[in-house]
Design a protein. Sequence first.
Length: 228
Amino acid sequence: MFVNVVSVVSPKGGTGKSAIATGLAASAASDEPTALYDLDPQGTSHRWFHVHRAHSFSPVPEIGLTVSRVESGGILARLKEDAAACPPKWVVCDLAGGAFAPLAEAFEVSDLVLVPLRPSAADLTTIRRLKTFVDSLGSGLTGRMAVVLCQVDRRAPRRCEFSRSLLEDGAGITCCRTHISQSVVWPDAYAAGRTVAEMAGPRYRRAASELAALYGEVRDLVRTRSAQ
């Protein structure tokens, strides 16, 4: 059975990587069977599902999602294990940040590697280092990488556009049209065992709209790259 694999990795902390991974996985699981592999030693995605969501004070939507801890370097082995049992249609991998070397497997097995990045000088420098590392792996793996700008200040839209231009025109890195605005609603949803799309109330609408747009863009990117 064909499986679409999306890995989410951030070379710097504080970008909301796990919130994006859980949001994308839950969005996919609303349509098709989906697995979320948590390779981050902090276990944020695993805890979101098995602690916060499992013990929520109010009913949460039923979705076709399984969440498992997977050791670094174990993506391919887990994919084979799941394929022999009840294969998902989508797999989202929440990878640890920091060292680049453990990311090699993710780039080799993924249809898309999504990199949440803040529009800051420090983050833009780090993504250039990541691109250099991926280029060294060969086989055109850099083409599987796309950046999504996060923690974007809605009061400074030019900073977002400038960062996107630096990434695409200056570094040759694909940058999603969708960005994720800075907002406290993401950690609020995490604590409730939900995604922002599953939360009620007007304060979540913008974040839910951004997540829906990002999910649609990710699906399009995977479809395009799988066809190449």
